[in-house]
Design a protein around this ligand. Structure first.
Ligand SMILES: Cc1cc2nc3c(=O)[nH]c(=O)nc-3n(C[C@H](O)[C@H](O)[C@H](O)COP(=O)(O)OP(=O)(O)OC[C@H]3O[C@@H](n4cnc5c(N)ncnc54)[C@H](O)[C@@H]3O)c2cc1C
Length: 246
């Protein structure tokens, strides 16, 4: 059980929730997620990424989509939430990687924040490409070098965040991405990325989060994989993008 410390709307329809639970926060690696029991009306737990961890507390950054996340948004400080985790593999940063390029599309910023935090405290260089539809976007904590793109041009580059990827590829030792499927499809077609280590976090509908139900199974170039247990982070070039449907 994790106790809600705070739960605030940080942009339209998106909340940042901090919870007290040392068992999760001290164990969590960037890119891992938790399964959250969202009240009595939802049977299945909902997967949410660990957004940040700080001592005995960790944060979730979540968009209100349906019943579960709506329920979560109404939890006040002090409420105890039933949470399972940390789960999944998380991002893998190689010891000798100095320059990390992070690419976030929309709510895909959620798992990348803890990766940025960890990398910066390890003395690595981080550039975060963060794309949103408009200026209603998450205000990043300081310390991260952000390159912004908005589809309507209200902040930063006008267009898709993927259009900024090629100019940063050479600088990067490793690339990490989280965003919607069209963002990944665009990246998978980029010749600049073919020989780069690119890790992507996949969002598939999942039932159990622990590899028991097989609901989130995908076919990869390394065979069948369960997104919850073998992922959610995969090598971009191992994923057979034509077969992925969410
Ligand atoms: C590993 C993982 C990490 C995630 N991390 C985050 C995060 O940090 N922040 C965040 O806002 N969201 C995240 N998601 C997506 C999140 O799990 C869904 O938005 C959430 O389960 C919706 O639950 P709900 O009850 O509010 O909506 P529901 O009523 O369950 O669903 C409403 C609609 O949302 C869509 N949906 C539901 N679940 C998913 C899903 N897993 N993937 C894609 N579409 C879905 C479906 O189309 C569904 O019809 C993550 C998903 C995965 C698999």
């Amino acid at each position: 059980m994790a106790s809600v410390v705070s739960n605030k709307q940080v942009m339209t329809g998106t909340f940042l929730m901090w919870l007290e639970c040392a068992g999760i926060s001290l164990e969590a690696r960037p890119g891992q997620f938790v399964m959250v029991h969202c009240g009595e009306e939802t049977v299945l737990r909902r997967p949410l990424s660990i957004h940040q961890a700080d001592g005995g507390k960790f944060a979730l950054l979540y968009a209100i989509i349906g019943k579960g996340t709506q329920w979560l948004s109404q939890c006040s400080p002090g409420v105890e939430v039933d949470i399972l985790g940390p789960l999944g593999n998380g991002f893998m940063v190689y010891p000798d990687s100095r320059n990390l390029l992070l690419i976030a599309g929309g709510i895909g910023i959620a798992p990348l924040m803890s990766l940025a935090d960890r990398a910066i405290s390890d003395g690595r260089n981080v550039i975060l490409l963060y794309g949103t539809a408009n200026k209603d976007r998450y205000h990043l904590p300081s310390g991260v070098t952000e390159v912004a793109a908005t589809e309507d041009g209200s902040i930063g580059y006008k267009g898709m965040i993927t259009e900024l990827v090629p100019e940063h590829v050479e600088w990067a030792d490793q690339i990490f991405a989280c965003g919607p499927l069209p963002m990944y499809r665009a990246m998978a077609k980029m010749s600049e990325l073919k020989n780069k280590p690119v890790q992507v976090s996949l969002e598939m509908r999942m039932g159990c989060g622990m590899g028991t139900c097989y609901a989130c199974t995908i076919r990869t170039r390394q065979g069948l994989k369960q997104v919850c247990k073998d992922g959610p982070v995969f090598d971009m070039n191992d994923v057979i993008w034509e077969e992925i449907k969410t």
